[in-house]
Design a protein around this ligand. Structure first.
Ligand code: NAG
Ligand code: NAG
Ligand code: NAG
Ligand code: NAG
Ligand code: NAG
Ligand code: NAG
Ligand code: NAG
Length: 568
């Protein structure tokens, strides 16, 4: 009896561990912003062959795969998020042949390549839209067309980029919906042919070896069929043309939108089943509430699956001046506890739409946050440059490229150009981004101090070295399989403990609050031994790697992060 029972438990445990081995479940995905990564042909724009040239950096850093911001053919009215042909690479970035070379070389190096799929809308120059506007039968309903008169839009919906979400087409004498720019008409997801056409695109790219897709702006897929007016928010000081003026109950995260994501999951799962090999994956982007973000993973009971993970943007949105360690702890616990156990958590600190982590959290907190998100359970996501602590660049209004920065008075808050300036490789001309052609966005002057080559070459600790080490640390069993306990020791001290049996990997991080002491005496709660080995520190720590301390009492100063190995 007992022996059989033991056997059963063991079998169950083994299969659980094996399931955890699925390649993506503990992956680190590195987001590349292709236009700003590496410019191989010196035309001022980064490109696919530039990425190819730098794959070794990604292998050295220890990431699992990369996801590329859009590289498809586009008039570039919205930085490639306005696609005119899903089956071509924009000449800015190269060609399908270059993409195939990139995939082949990445796979040889055991790196996965994820593409950014932007199905929330196409460019108005896409042949589908042109055919649709011309009233061609098959394409007629590919977009959301509504009757009316040119004087009055069908309802009060407002685009994300301000003003009415409707544009009158003289040709069709109808309105079309655009949740973003008016040159970005929304696809009509209620049309089965539209969904089929989009599935074909995924299949085409999986056929040439792509390992998965990051799906852009999913909340915007399907809008209310009855086109009901949205109610007002009660936010003060908001202009009637501002998206914040309305509560988007009929245009975002609608029930049908979740269905669309679940169907995309079937497409990639079917593909993997049919063709074998590692799972092709989906990651979704949704700036939604926690419950909705988690619903993109699939239903609570796991009967319908959605994305393999849906970006957790908490750390992208917090302002440390206003956030205590208790609030961070509460959020992390809530996220982990509310996500059904069949799904995998993920942590993001930056991307191409938000001020860089080094700028938002302050350059002195770079290491603490890189260590924190690497050691929280599940999947880690790195925006290119975070591994060297690259800060936002300096871009003047005249040099800016982002359409949401077209309004001068809100340029500083709204422009996404600051986080998109070229990657800082070394101290040569243009930070090694290219051989001297004026880059599409200016290279930050900070590259003389902050660049990869210097951080690799330095004899002392650097952000890059810490990043690389913590990605190795992630692979140790407590970080991979262990329990997670996050606690708030004081106003600005966080303690993250990953424990497996008697082995603990513990991060102590004092992010430095306005009203907090410069240094304080702390201890690791619920650890019953007197020796901890220092596995890693931030760059300016007073502690040395390899030394020991007494986890029952020690001093930590502002912006210090200590990674401890404790066995007891
Ligand atoms: C829109 O107007 C056209 C022409 O008047 C008409 O044929 C069509 O049925 C109308 N569509 C809807 C949805 O009312
Ligand atoms: C996935 O495959 C199943 C079984 O063959 C099929 O019923 C389903 O329609 C497919 N789903 C999609 C979205 O292609
Ligand atoms: C936080 O406070 C510091 C100093 O008070 C200030 O310099 C910084 O701009 C603030 N950061 C943010 C994101 O508000
Ligand atoms: C810029 O934005 C402000 C605040 O939303 C608004 O009052 C102003 O009219 C806008 N100007 C332009 C040129 O769009
Ligand atoms: C690397 O460091 C050495 C010694 O500090 C220095 O002489 C050399 O110029 C550095 N090389 C680069 C590429 O920074
Ligand atoms: C985490 O550790 C703290 C301090 O030891 C303890 O109070 C708390 O209950 C633990 N939380 C969980 C979820 O185990
Ligand atoms: C959430 C979001 O806004 N995602 C993208 C959807 O498309 C627009 C317009 O192209 C992009 O600007 C957004 O980044």
């Amino acid at each position: 009896m007992c022996a059989v029972l033991l056997l059963c438990i063991q079998v169950e445990e083994t299969s659980e561990v094996l399931a955890d081995e699925a390649w993506w479940k503990h992956a680190v995905f590195y987001q590349i912003y292709p236009r700003s990564f590496k410019d191989s042909d010196n035309d001022g724009n980064g490109d696919l062959l530039g990425i190819l040239d730098k794959l070794k950096h990604l292998v050295d850093a220890g990431v699992t795969g990369v996801w590329l911001s859009p590289i498809f053919k586009s008039p570039q009215k919205d930085a490639g998020y306005d696609i005119s042909d899903y089956y071509s690479v924009d000449p800015l970035y190269g060609s399908i042949a270059d993409l195939k070379r990139l995939i082949e070389e990445a796979h040889r190096l055991r790196l996965k390549i994820i593409l950014d799929f932007v199905p929330n809308h196409t460019s108005n120059q896409h042949k589908w839209f042109i055919a649709s506007e011309n009233g061609e039968e098959y394409y007629k309903d590919f977009y959301v067309w509504v009757n009316g008169t040119s004087k009055k839009p069908p309802n009060n919906w407002i685009s994300v980029f301000k003003d009415s979400a409707w544009k009158w087409s003289n040709k069709r004498q109808q309105w079309y919906l655009h949740q973003f720019l008016d040159v970005q008409p929304d696809l009509n997801y209620r049309n089965k042919d539209v969904r089929k056409a989009l599935h074909q695109i995924l299949i085409y790219y999986m056929d040439i070896g792509i390992d998965g897709f990051r799906v852009d702006a999913v909340p915007f897929f399907v809008e209310d069929k009855l086109l009901r007016n949205e109610p007002r928010t009660n936010k003060p000081n908001v202009q009637p043309n501002d998206p914040d003026y309305l509560n988007h109950i009929y245009t975002r995260d609608t029930d049908e939108t979740f269905e669309v994501v679940y169907e995309l999951r079937e497409v990639v799962d079917n593909y993997t089943r049919l063709h074998g090999g590692d799972a092709r994956i989906l990651m979704t982007e949704a700036y939604s509430s926690l419950d909705k973000t988690q619903r993109y993973y699939g239903t609570y009971d796991g009967r319908r699956l959605g994305a393999h993970f849906s970006f957790n943007f908490y750390f992208v949105k917090i302002n440390l001046n206003k956030t205590s360690s208790k609030e961070i702890r509460d959020y992390v616990e809530t996220w982990i506890n509310s996500l059904p156990k069949i799904y995998v958590s993920n942590w993001v600190i930056g991307n191409h739409d938000n001020s860089r982590a080094a700028t938002r959290f302050g350059p002195k907190n770079v290491d603490g946050f890189n260590i924190l998100v690497s050691l929280l359970p599940g999947i880690g996501v790195t925006y290119n440059g975070e591994e060297i602590g690259q800060e936002d660049g300096e871009v003047s209004f005249e040099e800016s490229r982002d359409p949401s920065a077209r309004n001068k008075s809100t340029f500083k808050q709204d422009s996404r150009d600051f986080e998109r300036t070229p990657f800082q490789w070394d101290t040569t001309l243009n930070a090694g981004f290219n051989r001297g052609h004026r880059p599409w966005l200016p290279v930050s002057e900070k590259y003389h101090q902050t660049n990869l080559a210097a951080q690799k070459n330095s004899s002392s600790l650097t952000h890059y070295k810490i990043y690389r080490e913590v990605l190795k640390k992630r692979q140790e069993p407590p970080a991979k399989y262990g329990d997670t306990n996050i606690s708030a020791f004081s106003e600005d001290v966080l303690i993250l403990k990953r424990s497996l049996g008697s082995s603990h990997i513990v991060l102590v991080f004092k992010f430095g609050g306005d009203k907090s002491p410069e240094s304080e005496r702390v201890y690791i709660p619920s650890i019953d031994c007197n020796i901890a080995k220092i596995a890693l520190t931030n760059i300016d720590s007073d502690y040395s790697i390899g030394a020991t301390l007494d986890p029952r009492t020690f001093v930590i100063k502002s912006h210090e992060s200590l990674l401890l190995d404790i066995t007891c």
